[in-house]
Design a binder for this molecule. Structure first.
Ligand code: TMP
Ligand code: ASP
Length: 237
């Protein structure tokens, strides 16, 4: 499959057309960004690690009944995906308090939630991805009631599947973000699932193994992603 023209370039991935109007190529670059693009850097091997990490997770989710855009790995840094009409919304599930919820609600990092919680954010960097609710989504037409229900249900289901997967490898899935889009009238999981868009802690030591290492200048960012991949049995080389 040949790469056609660039359709879109995000902070860490670029999206290209293919000769099939229903398929796109995702290129995972070595670029990394945090705080809505305020902090950026290039990390050797990150594109390859995230591409293979994402492929593993998407295939695992498919096996567990979650419909995704993922088609196949086509090179170290590229994957073939279905072309979705993306909804401008980010769906976050949290199992443990960390990140923005701690600031917003004055909660200490690391507290176990009594049950997983769910939040919608508007995908808008200049506005710093503000938190929104289902009424906002319906009032402004960003998605329908049915799409909101499906996104919520699917994100909780992904949480169950992946929390178990990480737990079996001695890791805790603290929180994560998903994005969805439409493909021929069906809602599919799109974008990516990598350590860039989730928090993963070593269960025993609570060591951070995700993008918080970059956000907080803890070092060994890609090394941590590789450790998670290795513990999940993902082949990188
Ligand atoms: P938060 O604590 O910053 O709200 O993020 C919660 C989780 O969702 C965290 O694992 C990071 C991920 N996330 C992104 O990857 N990109 C985003 O734009 C947002 C809002 C969250
Ligand atoms: N992914 C977003 C960014 O690059 C938010 C973050 O991870 O902090 O800026």
């Amino acid at each position: 499959m040949q790469r056609g023209g660039e359709l879109y370039s995000g902070k860490a991935k670029s999206v290209y057309k293919t000769d099939n109007a229903d398929q796109l190529i995702l290129l995972f670059r070595d670029d990394t960004s945090a705080f809505d693009g305020e902090k950026i850097d290039q990390l050797d091997r990150k594109g390859m690690v995230n591409n293979k990490f994402n492929a593993f997770i998407m295939q695992l989710l498919e096996k567990n009944g979650i419909a995704t855009h993922f088609e196949s790995l086509i090179s170290d840094n590229e994957s073939l995906v279905k072309r979705l009409e993306m909804l401008p919304i980010e769906c976050v599930v949290r199992n443990i308090a960390a990140g923005s919820i701690c600031k917003r609600l004055g909660i200490e990092e690391g507290i176990d939630l009594k049950q997983p919680t769910f939040e919608f954010f508007l995908k808008n960097d200049p506005l710093h991805d503000p938190m929104i609710n289902e009424y906002h989504i319906r009032s402004f037409g960003w998605a329908s009631t049915e799409q909101c229900q499906q996104m919520t249900e699917l994100t909780f289901k992904v949480n169950e599947i992946l929390s178990n997967t990480f737990a079996q490898a001695g890791m805790t899935l603290v929180d994560f973000k998903l994005e969805f889009g439409m493909y021929q009238d069906k809602l599919l999981l799109g974008d990516e699932f990598t350590p860039d868009g989730c928090r993963i802690w070593d269960t025993a030591t609570r060591e951070k193994l995700d993008k918080d290492r970059f956000r907080r200048n803890l070092g060994d960012v890609v090394e941590a992603y590789e450790q998670v991949a290795e513990r999940l049995g993902i082949e990188l080389d």
